[in-house]
Write a protein that binds this ligand. Sequence first.
Ligand code: 13P
Length: 255
Amino acid sequence: MNKATRKAIIAGNWKMNMTPSEATAAVKKTAELVAGKDGCEIVLCVPFVDIAAAVEAAKGTNVKIGAQNVHFEAKGAFTGEISASMLTECGVEYVIIGHSERRQYFGETDETVNKRTKAALAAGLKVLLCLGEVKEERLAGITDEIVAMQTKLDLAGISAEDMKNVIIAYEPVWAIGTGLTATPEQADETCGVIRATIAKLYGAEVAEATTIQYGGSMNDANAAELLSKYNVDGGLIGGASLVPEKFDAIVTAAN
Ligand code: 13P
């Protein structure tokens, strides 16, 4: 396995945007534009209430639907939470776990990220596992240590076999929604640190087979250069995924 044989994944993270009717229109438009662009896997991660509409609109297309979080327990008294089996029964194939906005605003920790990842994998979901350093950590020169630590904690107890269903999304927090993008060199280098950490945990073969995305102000103008880097196997796209034409341009760059 190497960049040429690893599965590239372009995923949109709609965050808290789009009502169900807006989701139907946006998924249909996106699917129309990306039809036949099968050089990468294409995923849209939508709000929970949009899942039914999005799955219906994506039927028969090459667009897969993902969720933006999942709880680690199977069922019970967890008001406001959603279980992995609820997602799979609704036709969800992917789930984002550990997004920096969940860590920052909703108290997610590496421990809960790890538990959610295990529950999602056990239910047959593919996990887009987000990690990345904050600005102060990059300025302090400890980015490599931070992403290595997050990689180890978030993947604790997850088997090499399960790694086939884990995608890492490297999202430097300072680049999310700010218009600041990591340079292609920074993205490549830090995705490389994550890959080296996976190699330490699982061996070189698993590390070379793992898809590692970059996320943080990726758009139609900068995607091609970021995606050309050896360790960058795709993108997790926020703002630009809300505009089907922009998202399609990123998919085209990945193809
Ligand atoms: P932006 O592309 O809007 O910076 O968001 C990135 C992100 O957080 C994707 O999960």
